[in-house]
Design a protein around this ligand. Structure first.
Ligand code: HPA
Length: 280
């Protein structure tokens, strides 16, 4: 089953039928909002706005663990995330889509794992008989591999869709995750550029790593909403970010709907076996 993070405004699409809104409680606290359970062309999907409706939570205070655990409770094993990013690579223009393939983590204060050894929380209500529960029940410490953090099969489906629609996109890119909520200094962006970062945002980590800790597949559609600090002339504003996301909303909807229609239940990749041999 597919879960979509972000994507607010999608549910007004005619062909999407909202079935219900679901409140989920988790041992990690409350997710950002109710999940929207919907159907499109006979396929079910769950949506969650990561900042909550009305944009209630800043990036560093989003309860990423609750959001991802909530998806697990709903039976989601694939997550497609939509994110706004600043462009660092000079080849990028505002409005471009980037299907990232790597990340660099500069976040600082966020809970980063479900597996905290003796501090681990076990969800009694979760009856899945899998490695996640085995590790949680036994207070194991888990080191997941993130050599290739994004699902290669989900990414290749996105390429196909973006080609078909003739949307301007980049088939790879390194996302540097910053803590926020402040934007970056020009010196930080110069440093990130030298480290090999192409785009900058505040939400990918730990969203992706937590999903991976639950053996989920994860891909991200990043929208370049602005050129990053010091590359852009003048100061950055949230207004320009929101304006660009609105401008790209129709295209984003098309990409997401095509993805719901096209993705197969079984993907050809190794994402689902990442927990094998990962615990100490
Ligand atoms: N920096 C960090 N996060 C962002 C940016 C940016 O320039 N644009 C959109 N999200």
């Amino acid at each position: 089953m597919l879960g979509i993070i972000g994507g607010s405004g999608l549910y007004d699409v005619d062909d999407i039928k909202v079935i219900e809104e679901i409140q989920i409680n988790t041992p990690y606290g409350e997710p950002s909002d109710r999940y929207i359970h919907a159907e499109y062309k006979g396929k079910e999907v769950f949506f969650l706005p990561r900042h909550g409706r009305g944009h209630k939570f800043p990036p560093h205070l989003i309860n990423y663990r609750a959001n991802i655990w909530g998806f697990r409770k709903l039976g989601v094993d694939k997550i497609l995330a939509v994110s706004a990013v600043g462009g660092i690579n000079p080849l990028l223009k505002p409005g471009d889509f980037v299907i990232s393939d790597q990340f660099i983590d500069f976040t600082k204060v966020r809970p980063v794992t479900f597996y905290e050894g003796i501090y681990t929380v076990f969800d009694e209500a979760d009856k899945n008989d899998d490695l996640v529960n085995e590790y949680l029940k036994n207070n194991r410490v888990v080191h997941i591999d993130v050599t290739e953090p994004f699902c290669p099969h989900m990414r290749s489906i996105l390429f196909e869709i973006l080609e078909q629609h003739n949307f301007r996109y980049h088939s790879k890119g390194t996302y540097v995750a910053t803590e926020g909520p402040r934007l970056e200094t020009s010196a930080e962006i110069r440093a990130f550029s030298q480290l090999g970062a192409d785009i900058v945002g505040m939400t990918l980590v730990p969203e992706i790593t937590l999903a991976r800790e639950l053996s989920m597949h994860f891909a991200s559609i990043n929208v370049v909403t602005n050129l990053a600090a010091g590359i852009s002339e003048g100061r950055l504003t949230s207004d320009e970010v929101i304006q660009m996301i609105h401008q790209k909303n129709e295209e984003l909807k098309k990409v997401i709907l095509s993805f719901i229609e096209l993705y197969p239940e079984k993907l050809s990749c190794n994402c689902s076996s990442v927990l094998e041999g990962a615990a100490i």
